[in-house]
Design a binder for this molecule. Structure first.
Ligand SMILES: *Cc1c(COP(=O)(O)O)cnc(C)c1O
Length: 220
């Protein structure tokens, strides 16, 4: 596990240098969904502290105990959020990458206010406009961003995307980078195990890497 972590970090560093970027600008989110403490502990013991989960319930079952041992763990929610889970999500996570509609933005803003907690927030964009996929349509992004910033007083860190599976991701990454620049956003959450080096080349600030670090996930 920790060997694969070191290898992933080294690959990020090479990709960043090739793009004339500082590797320290690229945050590696180790995506630990489906894995338990036995697989996660070696990564913690290797010094890594930034993790991603895609389900609130699963994260709630495994992270409080690990956080008690490693208080500086930072947890990012990278999967879809239902508004009835906003309270638990704001309690447990330090960042949410999947804000994609007004209802979720409002629920998260309300919980952050109640709990006196500020999370790092990303708006998820459905770059491929796939009907089954989460994310705001690109043409609706300016309105969602205006709602977040002007009405809800939220600071938005950046944009997130999961490009269509069957396509070359570079065009989608370039598109997300342009959308972020057009909207004065600096954070870019893009790139997974199969394409994080390409994402780094296009400016990713957060890569979400699961299987390259933890191995293949059991099939659901
Ligand atoms: C599972 C997941 C990842 C990591 O996927 P790998 O291919 O295992 O690196 C990244 N982002 C999201 C949103 C995920 O759900």
């Amino acid at each position: 596990m920790s060997g694969r972590l070191a290898e992933t970090q080294a690959r990020i560093a090479v990709a960043a240098k090739a793009a004339e970027r500082d590797p320290a600008e690229v945050h590696l989110i180790a995506v630990s969904k489906t894995f338990g403490a036995p697989q996660i502990l070696p990564v913690l013991q290797a010094g890594h502290r930034l993790f991603g989960e895609n389900r609130v319930q699963e994260a709630k079952a495994k992270w409080p105990e690990l956080k008690a041992q490693f208080p500086d763990i930072r947890l990012h929610l990278i999967g879809p959020l239902q508004s009835n889970k906003a309270k638990e999500a704001v309690e447990l996570f330090d960042a949410i990458h999947s804000i994609d509609r007004p209802k979720i933005a409002r629920a998260v803003a309300e919980e952050m206010r109640k709990q006196g907690k500020r999370l790092e927030l990303f708006l998820q964009v459905n770059t491929g406009e796939e009907p089954q996929k989460a994310g705001v349509a690109p043409r609706e992004l300016p309105a969602l961003l205006a709602l977040c910033r002007d009405e809800l007083g939220l600071e938005i860190a950046g944009l997130m995307c999961i490009p269509p599976l069957e396509e070359e991701p570079a065009l989608r990454f370039a598109f997300l980078t342009k959308l972020a620049a057009d909207n004065a956003l600096s954070g870019l959450s893009m790139g997974m195990s199969d394409d994080f080096e390409t994402a780094v080349a296009f400016g990713a600030t957060h890569v979400r890497v699961g299987s390259a670090i933890f191995g293949a996930r059991p099939k659901p």
